[in-house]
Design a protein around this ligand. Sequence first.
Ligand SMILES: [Zn+2]
Length: 479
Amino acid sequence: MMRTRRRLTRPPNKQKAVLLQDLIDQYAKQKDAYLVELAKTQNWHIWQSPRQVKRRFARQYSHHTLPIHVDDQCFFDAVATMIAWVESAKVLHHWKSQVFVHTEDKSARHRYFKALKSYAELAKVFSGAWYDPWLFHVIRNPLMHPPRIHHRRSAMLDDSSYRVFIDNGTQYISLTSLVKGQRIVLPLLGCVGIRGTIRVVYADDHWEIHTMSRVTVKKTEHRIQDIALDAGTTEVYTDQNNRRYGTNFGRILAHVDATVSDQGKKRNQIRAAAKNKAFVSQEERQAHLKKVQRNNLGKKKQTRRRVQARAAFATEINHALNEVLEQDPQRIIVEDLSHMRGKAQGKKMSRRVSLWMRSVLTERLDFKTTARGSRRQAVASAYTSQECSQCGYTAKSNRTGDHFRCRYCGTVDTADGNAAKVILKRSTDTEIKPWMTKEAIKKILNRRNAQITGAIPGAGCEASGLVQSLVTVNGQTPA
Ligand SMILES: [Zn+2]
């Protein structure tokens, strides 16, 4: 499994932005041209052929606008896109289990499985060179529309097309451009080593560098292992892969909160008015109080509203939990909310609403997980929203609203997605335990911060050993 790490660049000036955009435009055009060629069934065998064969093939369809290394990378990128397209169809449409259902004949199954492994064989079925109406029927629809490039947003570069260096505590990346001899030098936010193949991404209004690292995942029968959940206010939960569950939650919450506080406010206003008002007679006072009742500002109605809201919450929470449990995880890891620690709630959300929410969440989660045979594990909630899931650096300033950006390593994520990843990490943390006080956890995190940054108080990235070694490797100053 590949994990992507996103890094932000500082905004480039106009000239650099034009160079970057040109690079990405040409890259996207070229990749699209490669995709068109690779999608032709007579070329499917190329996907699995050796690099040299791939290169020779690529030369035939190259526009020769990209630097040679980038052009190669672009072709490999196109091949990877084609493979991902077929592989996802294979999984989504359960091709393997369809074979099992289709025939009990061992040798026939064997032949089909072999065909599913080889793109050249699949192409034969698709083109009719291998006549098999059943298999053709299985693969035809999912493979009807080969991938194309619709948005020119990113380019992949291998490590020969970029260079990383540090100057004055700022990390820079120097990218190759379409203009010979001209490099695009971009300052990065944060500083952690970048290596391997990267993707330069234009994300609507800013530029990002994505790095990929391989993560080994332990396999256990059919079950996925762990799902870590961060309880939010716009959705019920976000998991460590940024998948959101119960996305109507925010709307219900906003509605309930508005109703409750609105009604409360009105009630108080009218009460105050009634108190201060000098009524001519007792009857007039009575009439006024009746009016208050008629206007549905009484306690009864408020209570009923609260019950309704609670039901709406419970429904949405059930939906969310069902979605989580459909994946049949072995363990569900959540924050321990029983101490009401951590988590800063939005200003708008009243304490009362958050109390309901927590009690409903905890109760439903206990019930559902037990019913479905998943284990539930609670971890300490303190500072999960401030800790970086990648490097472990914890700081209040890492989080701004819904966004997370590590001040130390520069990793960006959604605040909830990052928190879920931290929750997952906490489940195997040998030091931080759920019963610990916030202060004890803070102590541990402070010590870790010092270890991460190299223990020099107030020092930026210059202090880290990793960065030091980068300086000596590159040993250059920025252009
Ligand atoms: Zn970090």
